[in-house]
Design a protein around this ligand. Structure first.
Ligand code: CS2
Length: 474
């Protein structure tokens, strides 16, 4: 079987059908060799390659040559190297109600690895052709190492007399652009006040909301691609047809707004209504579903949605826990569309993937809604149930006795608490809600919250999560 790159049609950059397998495939619609990298992207995971890279591919196909990508894996050498041997090409399977189609985006031109080739990354950020820096480094990526890398690149740009960049965080963080800006400015300030003010004046850090469900790539996906396209692809991905990118109109080059809008990006002055709706409704219920799925032993989000009580719970969670206080237009339609997206049977979005780093996700996804519900005197039961499921999840064993490992920076500390108080529900709830890296102090003592979490954890422990779910979703 041919490697993806060895297809003559791909080399020529011609739109064509797959190698006569009959699959519906869209190849890059532009001559890739003539394109410089105008974007440096940090975090070469599946999400970027199925989201921003496809937007940039559209712009390139429309003749705007400024959006080629230098993709930086933060650590994973295997992925960056596999992509390098395929000349940056990979296939994305897109599953909608209308069926399956494939796209091979051509925007990714070069790859490198931050931990292995740091100088190359710094030079790419400083390069003349570079205009944008985009990021998908996950919640835990926003630390001093990231700031140092970006600021090294920006310092080199300034010394070379080059203009500033648009630096767009595309991670699921509240106020992602502002947070990244604060991180970079603090790092720059510690080195050199002039550099810090140059960054403040010349670089733009828009907030953004990005959305597309992109499960982690699997061997099964690689095999499906080989069967459908007749090529081997070590970096094959699958995703849904839906995507959304809402970006704050705060760009180093304001003219980029029109370019991005022409490719389907929504430019707004205020991202918050979109970001809040997405974090609380999509990501908030994703986390609740993931933890419940891990405890009940089902594999994917779609497996869960296929169960009527789970579907009822998600509907109730979005409607009663997440939606009050949100201002994105047409919330009921947004909710119904989300539940349909979760039900997509082609996605194989594993609950354990979403449960990764839950201790970092829960504060972003559940706390704002919880705080508002408490302030408004509304019931917090759906959130308390979800929280109790998280506590049960920390046991590391599903309800059929199957063991699983937690992938979470706080796993050890949390599991130690869970085991220390395994026999006493109230003590366990008290200890876990007192875990300061996750919960602000008031959530350890609030008499409208703590007893409800304890109530649901007791129900789950006594009769199992399915019975408790049946009650809460009734
Ligand atoms: C998911 C997200 O893994 C997770 O935590 O909630 O990756 C989710 O699929 C995306 O944000 C959808 O846009």
């Amino acid at each position: 079987m041919q490697n993806l790159l060895s297809s003559e049609r791909l080399r020529a950059g011609l739109p064509a059908r797959a190698l006569d397998t009959g699959a519906d495939v869209q190849y890059p619609g532009f001559e890739r060799t003539a394109v410089p990298a105008g974007v440096v992207h940090l975090g070469l995971g599946a999400f970027h390659r199925a989201h921003q890279a496809i937007v940039f591919d559209r712009l390139l196909a429309a003749g705007d040559r400024r959006w080629g990508v230098c993709g930086v894996a933060m650590r994973s050498t295997a992925l960056a190297d596999a992509l390098a041997t395929q000349d940056g090409l990979y296939s994305v399977q897109i599953a909608s109600a209308a069926g399956l189609r494939w796209q091979v985006p051509g925007a990714l031109l070069h790859t490198c690895v931050a931990t292995r080739e740091r100088d190359r990354v710094v030079r790419a950020i400083a390069a003349d052709a570079t205009r944008w820096l985009t990021l998908t480094v996950t919640e835990k990526g926003y630390g001093p190492d990231l700031a140092a890398l970006i600021v090294d690149g920006l310092a080199a740009r300034r010394v070379a007399g080059r203009p500033g960049l648009t630096i767009a965080s595309c991670d699921n963080l509240t106020d992602n652009g502002r947070k990244l800006q604060a991180l970079c400015l603090a790092e720059a300030q510690a080195r050199d006040a002039v550099l810090a003010s140059w960054i403040g004046e010349c670089c733009a850090f828009p907030n953004s909301m990005v959305d597309r469900i992109v499960p982690a790539a699997t061997e099964a996906q690689r095999e499906a691609t080989a069967a459908a396209l007749g090529v081997n692809d070590e970096a094959a991905l699958s995703t849904e047809a839906f995507w959304e990118w809402v970006l704050q109109r705060r760009l180093a080059d304001p003219a980029d707004a029109d370019a991005l809008a022409s490719a389907g990006v929504t430019l707004v002055d205020e991202v918050k209504p979109f970001e809040d709706a997405k974090l609380r409704m999509l990501n908030g219920s994703h986390t609740a579903l993931a933890l419940l799925g891990a405890v009940q032993g089902w594999e994917t989000v779609a497996d869960g949605i296929a169960r009527p009580p789970v579907r009822r719970f998600v509907h109730a969670f979005m409607t009663q826990a997440a939606m009050p206080g949100l201002t994105r237009p047409e919330l009921p339609q947004y909710r119904d569309a989300l539940i349909e997206r979760f039900a997509n049977p082609h996605l194989h979005h594993r609950v354990h993937q979403i449960a990764t780093d839950s201790s970092l996700k829960i504060p972003l996804r559940w706390l704002p809604a919880l705080r508002e519900a408490l302030d408004a005197g509304r019931s917090v039961d759906l959130l308390a149930f979800a929280c109790a499921v998280w506590m049960r999840y920390l046991q590391g064993r599903d309800e059929d006795g199957g063991a699983y490992a937690l992938s979470d920076p706080h796993a050890q500390a949390l599991q130690a608490l869970a085991h220390a108080h395994a026999d006493d529900t109230d003590a366990l709830v008290h200890a876990l809600l007192g875990f300061r890296p996750m919960w602000p102090p008031e959530f350890a003592t609030d008499s409208r919250w703590v007893p409800r979490v304890a109530h649901w954890l007791r129900r789950i422990r006594a009769g199992g999560s399915a019975a408790a779910l049946y009650e809460i979703a009734a």
